[in-house]
Design a protein around this ligand. Structure first.
Ligand code: GUN
Length: 293
């Protein structure tokens, strides 16, 4: 079997067309949706994510504003930028690119964002509301994964979903969303992590396997059940002097081997990545719609 390739880029383009219409409607009502971005430090991967997010805003008709602080910025300097975005009525969504150079500051910084402007769905209020099944901005990568599954016709209800990784950004929220009693949920979910014993024995039980461990090629073909749907969340920079930038982006899944076994698989790049950005745009548009309503 050779797997269907789940084309996140195409699904993202379809959703962005819809968002473009919604943004245009808002603009004609006098409110252009605005995203305030804060980047601290000069990590090249973070810089390129932020640039991609801002370009996507522009293409969909959102206004974006960027602030860059040096890696040495103090907690107070960072919080001042967030408070400025909170008070700015042109800004409907706020994104602080993570990780911060000092990760100990992250909780305070995220908590300073007004929950109604939480474009990432990382604020404890958003996370709590999501857990309770209340309306909330959903974290972008998990929501993007669910949209890929839904729009590719994958049945989530009743499936055994195995999530490899337990990060706050992906593993924990995607496990919660998949198990929720809602349209895109009702799966039976197992969460695996670095202390899991005999990982392969568990991943081989997955109808839907979500690889979000941040480790290149950690999911080999022998860890995947014939006919599984595989979602690769990994974004690993692999050095390659023949590549334009000197590296290639590769996932957590051994793509060439696993595609021979899976029913469907997301590529890296062009799978989950474009969906993450799209759901960020969606959260920002929805925040602006709430202001107009
Ligand atoms: N770092 C890695 N992924 C993300 C994301 O989705 N949002 C933010 N703010 N930082 C990230």
């Amino acid at each position: 079997m050779s797997a269907d390739i789940l084309d996140g880029k195409q699904i993202a383009a379809d959703i962005r067309e819809e968002l473009k219409r919604r943004a245009a409607e808002l603009t004609s009502a006098g409110v252009t949706p605005g995203l305030g971005v804060l980047l601290v430090g000069d990590d090249p991967a973070s810089r390129s994510y932020v640039t991609a997010k801002e370009r996507a805003c522009e293409k969909v008709g959102l206004h974006s504003q960027e602030t860059v602080l040096p890696a040495s910025a103090s907690r107070e300097e960072i919080l001042e930028v967030v408070r400025g975005y909170n008070a700015d009525e042109r800004i409907h969504g706020i994104l602080v690119q993570l990780p911060l150079p000092d990760s100990a500051m992250e909780a305070d910084v995220i908590e300073t964002i007004l929950p109604e402007k939480d474009a990432d769905g990382f604020h404890p209020v958003s996370v709590g509301r999501m857990m309770l099944g209340l309306p909330a901005p959903l974290p972008c990568t998990p929501h993007g994964i669910l949209q890929i599954l839904k729009r590719s016709g994958v049945t989530i209800e009743g499936a055994h979903a195995v999530v490899v990784g337990r990060s706050n950004i992906v593993g924990k929220p995607v496990a919660n969303l998949l198990s929720r009693k809602w349209e895109l949920g009702n799966a039976t979910v197992t969460v695996c992590h670095t202390r899991t014993k005999d990982l392969g024995a568990i991943t081989r039980q997955a109808d839907i396997l979500i690889a979000a461990a941040g480790k290149h090629n950690m999911i080999s073909a022998d860890m995947v059940r014939e006919g599984a749907v595989v979602i690769d969340v990994g974004v690993n920079r692999i050095e390659d002097p023949s590549a334009k930038r000197g590296y290639r982006l590769r996932g957590d899944v051994d793509f060439e081997a696993v595609r021979e076994k899976a029913a469907a698989i997301t590529p890296v790049p062009g799978g989950v990545g474009p969906m993450t950005i799209t759901m960020l745009l969606q959260n920002t548009v929805e925040a602006a719609e709430r202001v107009v309503a």
